[in-house]
Ligand binder design. Sequence first.
Ligand code: AMP
Ligand code: GLY
Length: 422
Amino acid sequence: MRILVLGSGAREHAIITALLREEPAHDIVVAPGNAGIAADVRAVALDPNDPAAVTNFANLNNIELVVVGPEAPLVAGVADALRTRGIPVFGPGQSAAALEGSKTFAKRIMDEAGVPTGRALRAGSLAEAEAALDEYGAPYVVKADGLAAGKGVLVTEDRDAALAHATYWLQHGSVLIEEFLDGQEVSLFLLSDGHNVLPLSPAQDYKRLGDGDAGPNTGGMGAYSPLPWLADRFGSEQAFVDEVIDTIALPTVRRLAAEDTPFIGLLYCGLILTDAGIRVIEFNARFGDPETQVVLPRLVTPLSGLLLAASSGELGGMDRPEFSTDVAVTVVLASENYPGTPVTGRRIGGLDAASAVPGVSIAHAATSLQGGELVASGGRVLSVVAAGVDFDEARARAYEAIGRITLEGGQFRTDIAARVAG
Ligand code: AMP
Ligand code: GLY
């Protein structure tokens, strides 16, 4: 198949790596990609957020499937433009992508679909925000309403800090004040063709910058899959997945279809397992990063067939995707000062030695070539992925590999998947 992948991060690199494993081989193009992805497939300088440019490129190059990695092209209407021209695209249209792009929209859909989520109040002024904070009490949860690249959420015991965060984001629109939910977090990805869903294997993301969940929220500093402790709580992983499908994913997909905004693509359910039950913290309209880097290496069923079936309304009656019993761990290497303005342009060394560790592959998140040298070009730079028969093996491999990589000022967590090891 001739496939165009839009995006430039480690998630897109992981998607492409999974597609490259298939036989017969696909012809894959990425736009715009990064230095690491460009070493594997052809990269083109095409603005992934420009619906007309993407559609014209797809037409001229006889693209048979477009896979949208990040949320920005979805919110910009790229999937709508492709679908209008009859080009299969994995990714929802602008209206359905509001499930991620607008927390107010997501809350309305959840309310109408009866999907369990935290109580929340929308505030358009500081006075409203203050009243809402005091209604729920500490710890305070303040969220920007629109896309904020993982930086829009503050969870804090400090009322003044909560108010300062609300004040900042109120300049850009409204904010949501939510009740605090306590429990383990799970990311569950579901392929949706607008009416039917198929689950991928659950993963857990580490959102905070530092070990022990200290420090600020980030885009994600590491992940692992599967989650062995789900079986302790739900009897089996499948029982958990079934509950999420029945109470969250299908009601949401049906509600969106009923509103004539079918969700075709990846429904990312960001969940918290509270004592009172499963609650949605957020929906995203695309694969998660870095969770994709640990879910897709374990996928046995060919990814391209699943994405094409979802894009073509053909998931109904298909078997659930199969996953290897091997586990996967990813540790993210980030630039100095991330998640603040990262220091970029620094040289990256040791990748060959790192990739030589058994079971290890390296997904590039933000790399470029400068004068023939590989340099860091963003906040999250690399996602070091390791497979293993168990989490001890996978962690040992991931940390051995990341230890061989040099990047001045580079930061990574040392406790990814520690809770499931040994
Ligand atoms: P979000 O961008 O909505 O996924 O939020 C980022 C992170 O903030 C989540 O992964 C949680 O760790 C935390 N968070 C968000 N909402 C809540 C909540 N209502 N209660 C507790 N933690 C939350
Ligand atoms: N890992 C969090 C996200 O992709 O939004």
